[in-house]
Design a protein around this ligand. Structure first.
Ligand code: SF4
Length: 712
């Protein structure tokens, strides 16, 4: 064959929230075969040319049907291949009929941080503006919801204050519940490079001795769920040591006294903190002394904080420390939430969570009216909708009778996945749009719609430091796959909403999204997100749009750092301390049971539909292994490499054991990735119940599930 094209396209990695820039080089021949190679984009501010193992394997995980990707190539109704017209009409008819008979709240969308912002925007507009329900929630609920709720309480808006550059200008970086080395590898590379260049100190706060500890100066292996005790104690200690920035606190915050009183009751002194966190007093004292004496402090937190029934409070216990010492809004200082997914933040910007409206607006009378006027919408949702756990319970009860699941696999990933499966099995209408034909959720769907995947679709994503980047298509979509925004808009038109959904391309969706973000937005009352400067970008400008951080207000510049003027998005412009009291374990721990923790591995992504295609990536961990402390293994007669049965009130799983003192005694760890499609024996969603949920954020506790572990 004769090579006819060799071209480079800049896009963004579809995996973690670091959001690395990728240059894809496509070489095609005149017989239609294409070959793709990838390298890191040296111009992208997130990675400056670096890629991790997953990113550098992107060309091996393109999910091509011919390469065994198992693509969903054509629309299907009840397993029969149909044309797009029939499939779209069937979805529209079923949803319209259900709404006509049972009202707008009888339908729901469950979407994903894998969607592009433009997909999310159209889905949210249809559900919240035209159907008139807020029953659209996202798998970001399992990822980031506690940080969102904590930010809103502390800052008045869901906004990460700093940028990745702060990792490189800090003198001390504390990683709390974050295995940065595996879950945000390029950011960890940047941090280690800064450490080598200028001696940045790194402290890991995590019950497990993870790979991140390898590059750290110290590790506090505290008891699971006691992070807020540690940070409450730190607040008390810093205040007692005279480290309060009294001018900052007095001028720019509210609530210091109440937060200190709660912290004193929770963690009065170092001895009490050590006892509750199961650390030595010396470990706690050393940590507190280092924080007290190091001005440039960045506190990074991730799923170990978020995936907890007290995640929101833990976030605020961290924010309180930064408020007390005025370490926010300046280079190398600040609390820093790192998101799990490539577009967890983009979804939040358009209202992808059931308790947000759009563009960071809430369900106030003013915001509802503002959105109604902007969209010229017939019926804007007037109240928050069902968060993920409640949404699937509503399906189980029968009050939600039609659900559309986009780009996610809740039959595996939701807590109490067995219950989710039973709920979907009896739901009258389940629609799935996905790249993959055979997923655990897809097996329960009546209508399956083929969606375009990474390399095939166009739009934007927002990473953990608010940088918005383009994902660009560089290959034709497989089969009849279409972009999600197009599929949703086509259904909306068939439901009679032609006027609001006449988008021609992703650029048109982006322009409307940008215009809404700047619409009547003076930067006050919770509306941190504003990219109004881009409301009139041309298609050509959208095509070449370079990465930039939000906000980018009309007439202004992109803003990499927030709160430089110490103005917050609260009603009075002040940051808010929040009193935090640490709760007891959310579930009873029976005699002999262990606390089961769950999380990611370095080389796999979610339910492995992409990374599972790469032999190189799978070689890192070919099967799910349960990590167990040597004492727990010995007391149960379990040997390294042996098989065990893991049992909880929700279900059971089989796994091989790795005996390791990296695991705290009394705890165990299982990776989250395996599904029925890969093993059928170790789906952790079946082990975790859905009873322990953060009351503010709705985020399930996925880190502390009582489970018995016995030899198989
Ligand atoms: Fe992709 Fe995250 Fe790796 Fe960057 S660090 S290449 S975004 S998986």
């Amino acid at each position: 064959p004769r090579v006819v094209v060799g071209r480079e396209v800049k896009t963004t990695c579809p995996y973690c929230g670091v959001g690395c820039g990728v240059v894809a080089t496509v070489t095609a021949d005149d017989q239609g075969d294409d070959r793709v190679t990838v390298r890191g984009d040296a111009d992208h501010p997130a990675n400056r040319g670096r890629l991790c193992s997953k990113g550098s394997a992107l060309a091996e995980t393109l999910v091509r049907d011919a390469d065994g990707g198992g693509r969903l190539l054509h629309p299907e109704i009840d397993g029969r291949r149909v044309g797009w017209d029939d499939a779209l009409a069937e979805v529209a008819t079923r949803f319209a009929d259900t709404i006509a008979q049972h009202g707008p709240d009888s339908v729901a969308f469950y979407v994903s941080g894998q969607l592009l912002t433009e997909d999310y925007y159209v889905a949210n507009k249809l559900m919240k503006g035209f159907i008139g329900s807020a029953n659209i929630d996202t798998n970001s609920r399992l990822c980031m919801a506690s940080s969102v709720a904590g930010h809103k309480r502390g800052f008045g808006a869901d906004a990460v204050p700093g940028s990745y550059a702060d990792f490189e200008t800090a003198d001390l970086v504390v990683l709390v519940g974050s295995n940065l080395a595996w879950c945000h590898p390029v950011l960890n590379q940047r941090l280690l490079a800064a450490k080598a260049a200028r001696g940045t100190r790194i402290i890991v706060v995590d019950p497990r001795r993870t790979a991140s500890v390898d590059g750290a100066d110290s590790h506090l292996a505290l008891a699971a769920g006691t992070d807020s005790v540690l940070f409450n104690g730190l607040l008390v200690h810093l205040h007692a040591m005279g480290r309060t920035d009294a001018v900052f606190v007095g001028r720019h915050t509210n609530g210091e006294e109440d937060a200190l009183a709660a912290a004193r009751a929770d963690a009065p002194d170092i001895a009490a903190v050590a006892r509750r966190c199961k650390l030595s007093e010396a470990e706690v004292a050393d940590f507190y002394a280092e924080v007290a004496t190091t001005e440039r402090l960045v506190t990074v937190y991730s799923q170990g904080v978020n995936q907890s029934s007290q995640g929101t409070d833990t976030v605020n216990s961290i924010l309180n420390v930064h408020f007390l010492t005025g370490r926010i809004g300046q280079p190398g200082m600040g609390p820093f939430s790192v998101t799990g997914q490539p577009n967890a933040m983009g979804g939040r910007e358009v209202g992808g969570l059931a308790n947000q409206l759009a563009a960071h607006m809430g369900f106030t009378v003013e915001d509802i009216d503002r959105v109604r006027r902007f969209w010229n919408a017939p019926r804007v949702a007037a109240k928050p909708g069902l968060k993920a756990v409640d949404l699937f319970r509503a399906i189980e009860r029968g009050s939600v009778k039609a659900v559309w699941i986009m780009a996610t696999n809740p039959a595996v990933s939701m807590p109490d996945a067995g219950r989710v499966r039973r709920a979907l099995a009896k739901c009258p209408t389940v629609v799935m749009s996905d790249c993959i034909a055979d997923t655990d959720t897809g097996r329960l769907a009546h209508i399956r719609l083929p969606a375009a995947g990474w390399s095939e679709k166009d739009g934007t994503v927002t990473n953990s430091d608010r940088t918005i980047s383009r994902q660009r298509a560089f290959r034709a979509a497989e089969g009849e796959a279409r972009p999600d925004w197009w599929i949703i808009a086509q259904v909306a038109r068939r439901m009679g909403f032609a006027d609001g959904f006449g988008f021609d391309n992703a650029a048109a969706v982006f322009r409307e999204h940008a215009a809404l973000s700047g619409f009547e937005n003076d930067g006050a009352s919770g509306r941190a997100f504003d990219i109004g400067a881009l409301a009139e970008v041309s298609d050509a400008e959208f095509d070449t749009l370079a990465p930039f951080p939000w906000p980018w207000r009309a007439g202004g510049q992109p803003q990499a750092r927030l709160f430089t003027e110490n103005h917050y998005f609260t009603d009075d412009g002040r940051g808010r301390f929040v009193p935090v009291t640490t709760k007891a374990l959310p579930r009873t721990l029976p005699d002999g049971a262990l606390l089961l923790n769950t999380g990611r591995l370095r080389d796999q992504w979610h339910t492995m539909t992409r990374t599972g295609l790469s032999a190189r990536l799978s070689a890192h961990a070919p099967e799910p292994c349960l990590d167990l402390h040597p004492a727990d293994a010995a007391s149960r007669g379990i040997v390294d490499g042996g098989l065990v049965r893991v049992t909880s009130v929700a279900g059971e799983a089989l796994a091989r054991v790795r005996v390791t003192d990296a695991q705290r005694e009394g705890t165990a760890f299982l990776p989250m990735h395996w599904t029925d499609a890969f093993t059928g024996s170790c789906v952790i969603g079946r082990l975790i119940d859905d009873e322990a949920v953060d009351p503010l954020s709705g985020q399930p506790d996925l880190k502390r599930m009582p489970a018995t572990v016995l030899p198989y």
